[in-house]
Design a protein around this ligand. Structure first.
Ligand code: PLP
Length: 385
């Protein structure tokens, strides 16, 4: 059996090696490293894949989130509501801009921000909601967009883990993750579903004026050369990363289908066991299609209900199976984000999840033998515990 990896970037590289290598040498010869034609081509290809009017590439997903908030003109003291159970980047940029982060609880079955908790947290100072499509599955966007409309709030989708995911709205339409809010941020960090070979990110929006504002912000607040109209940042995607992304984008749906297939195999082997909950999947078809909700499984995350998640981590590691705990500490308990307004009783689900979650290896190169080895090891532990 091939050695099991949490993420297998090399296997994927082997299948696109010729294209990536030849693009890279072409770029080296052209010396157009920044703002070259490669970045522009990638931008257009991603716009057409997503069906959004504007993609603005930038340096990483964290910048992408920060720049969306700068572009919307959020001001110090404005409150921004986001999930307590997510990667810290989301709350970090809110705090950096001196906005006020307001963390709220999530749902037990999807791990995503709970619309009821959002509604309770809305005050006259609230300006935006940042749903994170965690682990590859869209948050409850119908409810979130309805709340935003009712209270006049912006919705900024953190789409770092869900590029290529789809959402079926109660209105009968299927939407692409990242095309539902006012603006969306994504990351091309190597291990993301669409990853480059370094750092990269992008912002998406259908709003022409906002896109124009953001294009200036990513480039030192310049709309005309050496005229700085607003305070901006330096946040660019470089041509070498764009070349890698151009090779991968046409395969993104196939990559996400491979993830869904692996997830379905995990679930078939593990569902129904006591002491364990498999992740909610939306629908049981492996394809990325227009007919259903498509969870793209950035992570495949179980809940271990017997109180011995950490024992399972050790058991898997002892068998050479890597795994991850995303996330072990709720953001409201992180030193940097402590706030006397938070009350432990407001975060029952996040407090439970940090004790229960474990993510199994998930990538495009997992084979049946590896999946069986992993699920057998999980079953053995659950039966013994
Ligand atoms: C990865 C990630 C980010 C940040 O992306 P970087 O490119 O690493 O800056 C933001 N939000 C979430 C939910 C992420 O998973």
């Amino acid at each position: 059996m091939k050695k099991i990896q949490m993420v297998d970037l090399n296997g994927q590289y082997q299948s696109i090696k010729e294209q990536v290598n030849s693009s890279i040498s072409r770029i080296l010869d052209s010396a157009a490293f920044i703002n070259g034609p490669e970045v522009h081509a990638f931008q257009q290809e991603l716009e057409s894949y997503l069906g959004v009017k504007h993609v603005i590439p930038c340096a990483n997903g964290t910048d992408a989130l920060q720049i969306t908030m700068m572009g919307l003109g959020l001001q110090p003291g404005d409150e921004v509501i986001t999930a307590d159970f997510t990667f810290a980047a989301t709350v970090e940029v809110i705090a950096l801009l001196q906005l006020t982060p307001v963390l709220v609880d999530v749902e037990l079955d999807t791990f995503n921000i709970d619309p009821a908790a959002i509604e309770k947290a809305i005050t006259p100072k609230t300006k935006a909601i940042v749903p994170v499509h965690l682990f590859g599955q869209c948050a409850n966007m119908d409810a979130i967009l309805a709340l935003a409309e009712k209270h006049g709030l912006y919705v900024i989708e953190d789409n770092a883990q869900a590029i290529g995911a789809k959402y079926s709205s109660a209105d009968g339409h299927k939407y692409v993750a990242g095309a539902m809010g006012h603006v969306s941020a994504t990351s091309f960090f190597p291990s993301k579903n669409l990853g480059c070979y370094g750092d990269g990110g992008a912002i998406f929006t259908n709003d022409d004026a906002l896109a124009h504002t953001i294009r200036g912000i990513v480039n030192h607040g310049m709309y005309e050369r050496y005229h700085h109209d607003v305070v901006g940042v330096n946040s660019r995607l470089d041509s070498l990363q764009a070349a890698v992304l151009r090779a991968k984008l046409p395969k993104l749906d196939a990559y996400n289908e491979q993830r869904r297939k692996a997830a379905m195999k995990y679930t078939q082997a593990l569902e129904g066991l006591t002491n364990l909950a498999v992740p909610k999947m939306g629908n049981a078809c492996s394809s990325i299609c227009d007919d259903c909700d498509c969870h793209v499984f950035h992570q495949y995350t179980l809940r271990i209900l017997n109180g011995n998640r950490d024992g399972l981590v050790k058991h898997l590691n002892s068998k050479g199976i890597p795994c991850g705990v995303y996330y072990p500490i709720p953001l409201h308990r992180q030193k940097a984000y402590l706030d006397s307004r938070y009350n432990e009783a407001d975060f029952p689900v996040t407090n439970q999840l940090v004790e229960e979650v474990i993510s199994l290896p998930m990538h495009t190169e997992l084979d049946d033998e590896q999946i069986t080895f992993i699920t057998d090891a999980v079953k053995e532990f659950i039966a013994d515990a």
